[in-house]
Design a protein around this ligand. Structure first.
Ligand SMILES: Cc1ncc(COP(=O)(O)O)c(C=O)c1O
Length: 312
């Protein structure tokens, strides 16, 4: 589909199956022209475009549009129009930013992601105030199964580029609030297999306990079997996983790939739990996972390039 996208690190099953320009045509988005949109980028409202070797493209810049969302129908329509105008103009800028080098890439090569640090500058300018502390928040990535995790440096590059596009006071303090990225690999959940019925296992924690992010994310954490007496089979099979609460919702949305001879009494390490596993657990039906042990151990997955080998 895209010159680089086809050979990118995105796994085949996650690749987009449509041509981005067909979508743009269907949505009747006016992409402007080379002369109007590329010849002079001055005043185009672009704070920064960073093309990272992972294939990630960050675009920041100021938005636009006539007005804010509000609760009467006319203002809601106005707000929706404004959001559409911002989205359309971001797509147009990204298209010209990608194609003007003439190296063959285009919007079909973009994996993700558009950010809008430039909006901060626009708001500060409109409000006529200097920013003393700028907090870019959290949302930095951690590695899970089935997703492409860009390196943290790609996010830092984007933040630097976005900040360079703002007119900040020299003493402005920039802060961020990383959560998941810092601690996801710092906490594993260890559960025990209570029962096996053919290709289904029952474990002593579940979606009402530490594993709700498997549903809400939906995040796929890595899993490995720990058997204390003997070696498990080296042949693997998929197992549906049920929690302990007897509630029909207490089923994990993905099967675990585990040694085919998994049995009652085996233990599983579920990695990348971070802090949200324990913070989001409930006491539903009386089950409340609450035992914490501190270990000096290598993380289950440190970064995508240092993933420990596992059957999961
Ligand atoms: C105010 C605030 N900042 C930062 C974070 C961390 O977010 P993340 O784990 O996505 O980096 C959270 C998470 O709940 C939050 O509530």
């Amino acid at each position: 589909m895209g010159t680089y996208y086809d050979n990118s690190i995105v796994p085949d099953h996650l690749k987009r199956k449509f041509d981005v320009y067909d979508r743009i045509k269907k949505l009747s988005i006016d992409m402007g022209s080379f002369d109007a949109d590329v010849a002079d980028l001055k005043g185009a409202g672009i704070a920064g475009i960073v093309f990272h070797e992972s294939g990630l493209v960050f675009l920041s810049g100021q938005g636009g549009g006539p007005g804010q969302m509000y609760d009467d129908p006319a203002r809601i329509k106005e707000g929706a129009d404004a959001a559409e105008e911002i989205a359309d103009s971001m797509i147009k800028r990204l298209h010209w930013g990608l194609t003007c080098g003439g190296e063959g890439g285009d919007l079909n090569d973009v994996i993700s992601l558009v950010t809008a640090l430039g909006l901060v500058g626009e708001i500060a300018g409109a409000a006529g105030v200097d920013i003393h502390f700028l907090d870019v928040g959290g949302g930095f990535p951690a590695a899970y199964k089935g997703v492409v995790t860009p390196p943290l440096s790609a996010y830092m590059d984007e933040i630097d580029a976005g900040l360079a596009g703002l007119e900040l006071r020299r003493d402005c303090v920039t802060m961020c609030e990383p959560g998941r990225a810092m601690v996801a690999s710092g906490c594993s959940l260890v559960v025990q297999v209570l029962l096996r019925k053919e290709d289904q296992i029952y474990i002593n924690d579940g979606v009402h306990g530490s594993l709700s992010e498997m549903v809400t994310g939906p995040l796929r954490m890595p899993v490995r079997l720990i058997r204390l007496d003997g070696d498990p089979s080296d042949r693997y099979a998929d197992f549906a996983v049920a929690g302990p609460t007897c509630d029909s919702v207490d089923m994990l949305p993905f099967p675990f790939r585990l040694p085919e001879d998994i049995r009652e009494g085996d233990w599983l390490e579920i990695g990348q739990l971070g802090a949200y596993g324990s913070a989001l657990r409930t006491q539903f039906n009386g089950f409340y996972p609450d035992t914490f042990v501190t270990l000096r151990d290598e993380p289950f997955i440190d970064s995508p390039s240092r993933a420990r080998s596992s059957g999961a």
